[in-house]
Design a protein around this ligand. Structure first.
Ligand SMILES: Cc1cc2nc3c(=O)[nH]c(=O)nc-3n(C[C@H](O)[C@H](O)[C@H](O)COP(=O)(O)O)c2cc1C
Length: 166
């Protein structure tokens, strides 16, 4: 399998936990899992596949550490890399901006790399999201606040689909 790097931003630990679960299921070692608060441009270079995760904060905003990392990733040559996105949000309290951070990242990186791992919206309950791209989520949407019982299954389905795409 091509070399995978996982980069996440997480304020309360939910996206970090999702990142670690994904890493285990894809046999990605801890050394290839980065908190974006501590990552730099050079960390992105070795990987052919980047999995990028952010929770959504404010009202449809990136997680805080992603505010700087999005500038870093914009400056990196992503040609020939495949990118998949994941994120945590709260579809009940923020139904109009559910997991919107994934959409912000998508809009930045989709100009420069192939995006894989988009997912259907069946089984989710929300009104709007910047992460909706042609009727699909830009990546894996997780709601630990309201639907943590579905997290494992959602991650499993996504990881299986990713394995076929990489
Ligand atoms: C002040 C605040 C603002 C939030 N804004 C949004 C939002 O706009 N959209 C959304 O889907 N979730 C929103 N959330 C929910 C978080 O994204 C969610 O709790 C997530 O699991 C946090 O992940 P983390 O622990 O990795 O940071 C917000 C939560 C808080 C406390």
């Amino acid at each position: 399998m091509n070399k995978i790097g996982i980069f996440y931003g997480s304020s309360g630990g939910n996206t970090q936990n999702v990142a670690k679960t994904i890493a285990k299921k894809l046999n990605v070692s801890d050394n290839d899992v980065y908190n974006v608060a501590k990552a730099g441009a050079n960390d992105l270079i070795p990987y052919e596949i980047l999995l990028l995760g952010s929770s959504t904060w404010g009202y449809g905003d990136l997680q805080d550490d992603w505010e700087s990392f999005i500038k870093i990733i914009s400056s990196v040559d992503l040609t020939n890399k495949k990118i998949a996105l994941f994120g945590c949000g709260d579809s009940s309290s923020y139904p109009d901006t559910f997991c919107s951070a994934m959409g912000i990242i998508y809009k930045t990186v989709s100009k420069k790399a192939e995006i894989i791992g988009l997912t259907g919206t069946d089984g989710y309950s929300f009104d709007d999201s910047e992460a909706i791209i042609n009727g699909q989520f830009a990546g894996l949407a997780i709601d630990e606040d309201n639907e943590s019982n579905l997290t494992e299954e959602r991650i499993n389905n996504w990881v299986e689909a990713l394995k076929k795409a990489i």
